[in-house]
Design a protein around this ligand. Structure first.
Ligand code: OGA
Ligand code: MN
Length: 194
């Protein structure tokens, strides 16, 4: 835990392969697909409150909030993420008390244009994370998470199954590159109290 938090603090971005083992990955993917079949996904919008807009050319994914875990695999995941949350507070004194978590599905060709994860007027999100749910990902398929630094240089993170990537949210611009195949993931934010 300490190592994971230290890696995040060192550069503001850290990648952990095998955060989910093959079994947990399969189980969570099954949960996501069940929720999809149950009609729980909605086209994502951008902005907040009254400014909420749907712009598929900016953001083409569909999402399903994971407010209430329904399956064992979701409960297991939330327990793991709770350990990360505690680690952020113990090791880094971040003061994060809440986790917002959603499944996301990007159809082929969809992406999410360069953005920061703090919709207008909201600074509660302190740490962003993504966990990838395609068991096999062909690197030629695209779909990278592209993170920019203040100098405009970028780091591409391939959405490899089971991988967790997390980064300090404030000011960190990033985008999701369009992929040639469907892209499944979880996105989350550890938040401070408003
Ligand atoms: C987001 C986001 C990154 C990813 O949902 O805000 O930037 O790699 N996701 O899915
Ligand atoms: Mn984002």
């Amino acid at each position: 835990m300490r190592a994971a938090v230290e890696a995040l603090l060192a550069t503001g971005v850290a990648v952990h392969d095998g955060f989910l083992d093959a079994r947990a990955l399969r189980a969570l993917r099954t949960c996501a697909e069940r929720r999809m079949r149950g009609g729980e996904f909605r086209p994502a919008s951008i902005g907040a409150g009254g400014d909420r807009l749907r712009h598929a050319e900016i953001r083409g994914d569909s999402i399903c909030w994971l407010a209430e875990p329904r399956y064992a695999a979701e409960r297991d995941l939330l327990r793991e993420l709770e350990q990360l949350r505690l680690g952020l507070n113990l090791e880094a004194g971040l003061g994060v008390f809440e986790l917002e978590l959603q499944y996301a599905w990007y159809p082929p060709g969809a992406g999410y244009a360069r953005h920061v994860d703090q919709p207008h007027g909201r600074t509660a999100r302190r740490v962003s994370l993504a966990i990838y749910l395609n068991a096999r990902w062909d690197p030629r398929a695209g779909g990278e998470l592209r993170l920019y630094d203040a100098a405009g240089a970028c780091l591409d993170v391939e959405p490899k199954g089971g991988r967790l990537v997390w980064f300090l949210t404030p000011g960190r611009e990033h985008e999701v590159r369009p992929a040639r195949c469907g892209r499944w993931s979880l996105s989350g934010w550890f938040c401070s109290r408003p």
